[in-house]
Design a protein around this ligand. Structure first.
Ligand SMILES: [Zn+2]
Length: 220
């Protein structure tokens, strides 16, 4: 009988221990939260330096998918981007959909031309990082060609919507947060092309929100 009571008590204690543990609200998330800020369509005189200023102030790194034909005359901006620890990826040389999406050969030629323009400024550039203009879903049949040529391409799973319409800075912030909701890894699409003033304005708030949520900023 004593044995039975002891066993029952142990079982009861184990049950109590198991159930007295508060809900896992305070334990760290099983998966780390990561965000990759990405900027397409630079370098530009009007936007890229301002984006770099914000990133510097907030002490975070991002990834810039650059347009090759815009590099001439903006070599300093591209150099600064690299020197400040950001990742530079190939976006396109011409950004002309009719040309680059004509066929496989045309796309690879455009990619190589963009790489050449980057290497003129950054001779050690050796990344195979690529983003399809408009996203790879515009031309899924070309994905394999790009991968076979040795490139890693990245689309995005969240967007500030800055290329989609005339949004205010507040709306861009809200778009970024809404489209990232519930995602442990966020690849956020933004732009540093000409005319993206509101992206620059929204950026500090976007960064702070993700910092507060516990996201770690990473580069591709
Ligand atoms: Zn683009």
């Amino acid at each position: 009988m004593k044995k039975f009571i002891a066993a029952a008590l142990i079982a009861l204690a184990a049950f109590a221990a198991l159930h007295s543990v508060p809900a896992r609200a305070c334990s760290p998330p099983a998966q780390p939260l990561e965000i990759y800020l990405t900027f397409d369509d630079g370098p530009t005189d009007s936007t890229t330096p301002k984006v770099l200023d914000v990133l510097k102030k907030e002490n975070v790194r991002a990834t810039f998918f650059v347009v090759g034909r815009q590099i001439k005359g903006r070599e300093k901006i591209l150099k600064r981007t690299a020197e400040e620890g950001h990742s530079i990826g190939i976006h396109t040389y011409s950004h002309r959909y009719d040309e680059i999406y004509a066929d496989k050969a045309a796309l690879l030629k455009d990619i190589e031309k963009c790489r050449g323009a980057i290497k003129k400024v950054l001779p050690d550039y050796n990344k195979n990082l690529y983003r399809f203009p408009g996203g790879s879903f515009l031309c899924p049949s070309l994905r394999e060609a790009v991968t076979r040529a040795g490139y890693r391409y990245y689309d995005w799973n969240a967007s500030a919507g800055d290329a989609e319409g005339r949004y205010t800075a507040k709306q861009l912030f809200e778009n970024a947060i809404r489209t990232s909701e519930g995602k442990t890894t966020v690849i956020l699409l933004m732009h540093d092309g000409v005319g993206y003033k509101n992206t620059v304005r929204a950026l500090p708030e976007i960064i702070r929100r993700f910092k507060n949520e516990g996201y770690v900023f990473k580069t591709l």
